[in-house]
Design a protein around this ligand. Structure first.
Ligand code: GDP
Length: 366
């Protein structure tokens, strides 16, 4: 299962957000046998409003949403790349996740001590990003030295790696994250193998006060949005971790009432989960039968056999064909027989690229 790591300076609201995410959207672990079981890892359902209409069409009671894992990576401070705090351990934790949710303090509250003395989200972001870039710089310089020797012996891989590292090292030296270096397809593959911390995609989560939530933004969140876009090619969202934590303790009806009283549309946690899902380049296809309706996660660009393999690894090898209808066509027809009569079902082979919202039935061999 794909993992998103929650990072940020101390006291910005990471644990509050992690608790809110894992309590309000906690997934039934039995449905996801391969998830990690550790105290700082939470399996979280991906909200999807298409599941209920599908449940009605399939006439089943069981709905299993897609899920992703969130990891609470506490304690990153300035100097982590030098081993400050529990530096190395946290950097190792970040290396393992697929994407980063970077929580930024955008609320004033004299009762909550600020690790850097004042609220200044861009400075805070840069403190963390500098640590990631410095750690990457160390490893890129080491790799460069090692591979320069190999490249002299005309090792093709080493030559390509050295060419990339010679562009990457000055880029990192300028304080820029690896993710903003322009790459062609070949370089993209080489870069992936380097497993760099600043090469991961980031969603900035602006943690605002209870009062600012209904406004949807404040002067800090606007700065973060602009900065994220210009300096990181990244997106941002606005949440109030404290309210989300309170919401997570209420029933769905009470939560809806509370949100209304705050003049807030929908839960920020849902926006954040969907944002992380999109950030990871993920999409969902569905299976819908009498037993259950279920959303399955795939990476955009995956073909039919690989998508079948998401359900069971054997299905990738034994794939014969997939019967596919789009969610929109199925719902517009109002049911399976009507969609069939309207000719909306297609038989797709091994080369078919799955799309978000496909409803599929796989035919596999022995
Ligand atoms: P972490 O160190 O980043 O994990 O931060 P915590 O989640 O432990 O939060 C630190 C403190 O900030 C706690 O006292 C929280 O109650 C408080 N806090 C978190 N989010 C908010 C918020 O949205 N508004 C306010 N006023 N306080 C918050």
């Amino acid at each position: 299962m794909l993992q998103a790591g929650i990072v940020g300076l101390p006291n910005v609201g990471k644990s509050t957000l992690f608790n809110a995410l894992t309590r309000s959207r906690k997934a039934e672990a039995a449905n996801y046998p391969f998830c990690t079981i550790e105290p700082n890892v939470g399996v979280v359902e991906v909200p999807d409003e298409r599941l209920q209409p599908l449940r009605e069409i399939a006439k089943t009671q069981v709905v299993i949403p897609a899920a992703i894992e969130f990891v609470d990576i506490a304690g990153l401070v300035a100097g982590a790349s030098e081993g400050e705090g529990l530096g190395n351990k946290f950097l190792a934790n970040i290396r393992e996740v697929d994407a980063i949710v970077h929580v930024v303090r955008c609320f004033e509250d004299d009762d909550v001590i600020h690790n850097m003395g004042s609220v200044d989200p861009i400075r805070d972001i840069e403190v963390i990003n500098t640590e990631l870039v410095l750690a990457d710089l160390q490893s890129a310089e080491m790799q460069l030295e090692k591979n320069r020797r190999k490249a002299k012996g005309n090792d093709k891989e080493a030559v390509a790696l050295v060419a990339l590292l010679e562009r990457l090292v000055p880029h990192l030296n300028d304080g820029k994250p690896a993710v903003t270096l322009e790459l062609n397809d070949e370089e993209e593959k080489v870069m992936k193998n380097l497993c760099l911390l600043s090469g991961k995609k980031v969603l900035y989560a602006c943690n605002v006060s209870e009062e600012d939530l209904s406004k949807g933004s404040n002067e800090y969140t606007e700065k973060v949005a602009t900065w994220a876009n210009e300096h990181h090619g990244a997106g941002s969202c606005v949440i109030c971790a404290r309210i989300e934590e309170e919401l997570s303790e209420l029933s769905p009806e009470e939560a809806a009432e509370y949100l209304e009283s705050l003049d807030v549309k929908g839960s920020g946690v849902s926006t954040l989960i969907r944002g992380a899902y999109a950030l990871l380049g993920l999409a969902s296809y569905f299976t819908a039968g009498e037993k259950e309706v279920r959303a399955w996660t795939f990476t955009q660009g995956m073909k039919a056999p690989q998508c079948a393999g998401v359900i069971h690894t054997d299905f990738e090898k034994t794939f014969i064909k997939a019967e596919v209808v789009s969610y929109e066509d199925l719902v517009a027809a109002g049911g399976v027989p009507a969609a069939r009569d309207a000719g909306k079902y297609r038989l797709e082979g091994k080369e078919y690229l799955f799309k978000d919202g496909d409803v599929a039935l796989f035919k596999t061999g022995a």
